[in-house]
Design a protein. Structure first.
Length: 216
């Protein structure tokens, strides 16, 4: 009788264990483990795969074309803008133009860049006012950034050195450097650089950083 009780208890335990392993919420569930692992791997490979960033601004002089109600066209591209300055056909105006970029990042964190065409944002009666607005959207600053590292490559007997840094907006930049710069940077984790901060016109807090040189 005792043996029958032991056998029955063993069979009951096996039945419960097999039932639990089919439950995705059970700690020993292999299906739950594999799906979590797959999700983690998929998440790790999707690191900002595609994003749009502000790339550049410029100020150019153009001419007013046709007047369309309260708007005006800017020639030669016939861009339609509000005629806030009460301009007449043939007037010279200064206009602020904008370009953005689409960045595609692969699994090795290498970026491909696709630039948009120039689009016109607003007009100004004089160059001074236009450049003042431009100065708020593009600013040159010196700052300290993280130095990921330096490395050398060799091909057909020629050696080249590079430094890899992370800019404040998160983008990673690789720059060729001299032998002297390589020697001075190889033991550092931080480095001072000059960067250009490009702000998004409609959301000033969105910024893209561009490397502009090594700070002294």
């Amino acid at each position: 009788m005792k043996k029958l009780t032991i056998i029955a208890s063993t069979l009951l335990f096996c039945f419960i264990l097999s039932s639990c392993t089919n439950n995705p919420d059970y700690v020993y569930s292999t299906s739950n483990y594999s799906s979590s692992q797959d999700t983690a791997v998929a998440s790790a490979t999707q690191v900002n795969p595609v994003r749009n960033v502000p790339w550049d601004y410029r100020v150019v002089q153009e001419e007013v074309g046709d007047l369309v109600g309260s708007d005006m066209t800017i020639i030669p591209d016939n861009t339609l803008l509000p005629n806030d300055g009460n301009y007449a056909t043939g007037d010279k105006v200064w206009i602020l133009q904008y370009m953005d970029a689409m960045l595609t990042t692969d699994n090795d964190r290498r970026s491909q860049i696709k630039l948009s065409s120039w689009s016109t944002l607003k007009s100004f009666k004089d160059e001074k006012s236009a450049l003042a607005d431009l100065g708020n959207l593009k600013e040159s600053i010196q700052t300290e950034v993280n130095l990921i590292g330096v490395y050398k490559t060799e091909k057909t007997g020629k050696t080249r050195e590079f430094a890899v840094i992370t800019l404040p907006s998160g983008n990673v930049v690789k720059q060729p450097i001299s032998d002297e710069k390589y020697a001075s940077l190889k033991s550092k984790s931080k480095v001072k650089v000059t960067i250009e901060q490009v702000h998004l016109y409609d959301d000033y807090d969105q910024v893209y950083s561009k490397f502009r040189g090594w700070a002294q």
